[in-house]
Design a protein around this ligand. Structure first.
Ligand SMILES: Cc1cc2nc3c(=O)[nH]c(=O)nc-3n(C[C@H](O)[C@H](O)[C@H](O)COP(=O)(O)OP(=O)(O)OC[C@H]3O[C@@H](n4cnc5c(N)ncnc54)[C@H](O)[C@@H]3O)c2cc1C
Length: 425
């Protein structure tokens, strides 16, 4: 029996499913605009990918205008960076984040804002009346709980709620392949100054052993980032291709393949790379990293052409210029398209709107787009701005008593801008 029956009996203004960057940003924006918000999250913390998949650092989110740095991801994202910095979980300029501080910062934030989080609760059902979602169900240790709300935001990364609600979607590219999955991991006790002097020869040795068939990992090079912890390096370098991130058996196999790649990499570095002699394998992420999976087929499908043309949509709610960064879904290689300095694309509000639902928005890496467009906006700074947009839009819809597609978009844009966001126009 649940000890808190009021939680399941009340009518929430907004339920956000998924407490990653997009979900938290959505919840905070909605709450600050007057809604009573529940976040349903399957893990035991907020922040999503940095904690679940060990993702670090924040990818670039600024450009240069008039010879000055110009941040494209602002608003709640800027506030989050400041909060993290205050408690020592973020290094300005380097953009490294410490996931433990992030979890804490978000706990404190939702507590202060009086947002109700529910951890260890996995979405497992939805109720709909015509095109209106009325309730969601979540599997918990207390059994399956049912929650009702006026409005819903799907911030699960995989569009779990939109798919459960019968909204159309696609998986990855037209052939169904998605960007590779990567199990991130950390190695400690590395003599980093020594390693830095041998980085290039390490990359050459890796390629040589891969060509000789002694390294099985198909990734073309070794992708390493610094961390905020002395002597600890972050590895974003395992690569599992041709596995469906939404098929639990394929994900199970992918996790096991990736763990073998992790050990292969650690052994390679220890045996071949100065600086790793006394290193120790620390830990891998709790979940294999999913760059891409399902995306809704919403009211507007954002494309690579839109991004390259830096289209300024009339209903823009966010902007970005992170490169179109495609890790080859079939094997080796990573392609990039970099945006010229001083340019950015925008993301229309319609891309957050699923079809066949009038009180549901989608935020984060599963909005309505093609594989190529997703390869750019999927990074943490941009998905956070999408969350802020979705939460603000939900608040306007609930307060004015209309569907999410009927709100006055100029009111949404004004509210976002007043709250520090840059919508790209
Ligand atoms: C290997 C890898 C490396 C990356 N590197 C970088 C990088 O260096 N910098 C960068 O900025 N970005 C990077 N990214 C991209 C970025 O981390 C993610 O795309 C982004 O964080 C996604 O945010 P989100 O809020 O949309 O989803 P998520 O962060 O995935 O959040 C979704 C949340 O929903 C929860 N959830 C999911 N399903 C359910 C359900 N059914 N019921 C309840 N809860 C659910 C999850 O537990 C999670 O907390 C990387 C991604 C990967 C996989």
């Amino acid at each position: 029996m649940l000890n808190h029956p009021e939680m399941t009996e009340k009518m929430w203004d907004l339920i956000v499913v998924g407490g990653g960057m997009a979900g938290v940003a959505a919840a905070v924006a909605a709450k600050r605009n007057g809604l009573d918000v529940l976040i349903i999250e399957k893990t035991g913390f907020l922040g999503g990918a940095p904690g679940t998949m060990l993702i670090n650092p924040f990818m670039p989110y600024s450009t240069t205008v008039d010879h000055k740095r110009f941040d494209l991801s602002r608003g709640f994202f800027s506030e989050l960076r400041a909060l993290l910095k205050e408690i020592g979980g973020y290094a300005d300029g380097r953009e490294d984040i410490h996931e433990e501080y992030l979890k804490l910062a978000l706990d404190r934030l939702v507590t202060k804002e009086k947002i109700q989080p529910l951890f260890h609760a996995v979405l497992c059902g939805v109720e709909k009346d015509g095109e209106t979602l009325t309730a969601v169900k979540a599997a918990t240790k207390a059994g399956v709980l049912r929650f009702q709300a006026r409005c819903f935001i799907d911030a699960t990364g995989d569009a779990d709620l939109a798919v459960a609600a019968g909204c159309p979607y696609h998986l990855g590219r037209p052939d169904g392949l998605c960007q590779p999955m990567t199990l991130c991991f950390r190695i400690g006790n590395v003599d980093i100054p020594v390693f830095n002097r041998h980085r290039e020869e390490m990359q050459q040795k890796y390629k040589q052993l891969q060509a000789e068939g002694k390294i099985k990992n198909p990734r073309e090079n070794v992708l390493i980032f610094n961390t905020l912890v002395d002597g600890v390096l972050h590895f974003n370098t395992t690569r599992v291709v041709k596995h469906d991130p939404t098929d639990p058996f394929e994900v199970t196999e992918a996790e096991m393949i990736a763990r073998e790649q992790m050990l292969e990499m650690y052994t390679f570095l220890k045996e071949n790379c100065p600086g790793f002699e006394h290193s120790q394998l620390l830990y891998s992420a709790g979940e294999i990293g999913v760059r891409e999976s399902r995306m809704i087929d919403g009211e507007y499908l954002l494309t690579e052409e839109d991004l390259r043309a830096c289209v300024k949509f009339e209903d823009a709610v966010a902007a970005g210029n992170y490169d179109i960064d495609i890790h080859n879904p079939e094997g080796s290689g990573t392609s990039h398209y970099y945006f010229p300095a001083g340019t950015w694309y925008t993301i229309p509000y319609r891309s957050l709107q699923p079809k066949n639902a009038d009180n549901l928005l989608v935020a984060g890496r599963c909005i309505s787009s093609t594989h190529e467009a997703q390869a750019s906006y999927r990074v943490m700074p941009i998905v956070t701005t999408l969350g802020q947009a979705a939460g603000t839009a939900a608040a306007i819809a609930v307060k004015t008593g209309v569907g999410v597609k009927q709100i006055d978009v100029s009111e949404l844009q004004k509210a976002l801008t007043e709250n520090g966001a840059f919508i790209g126009l």
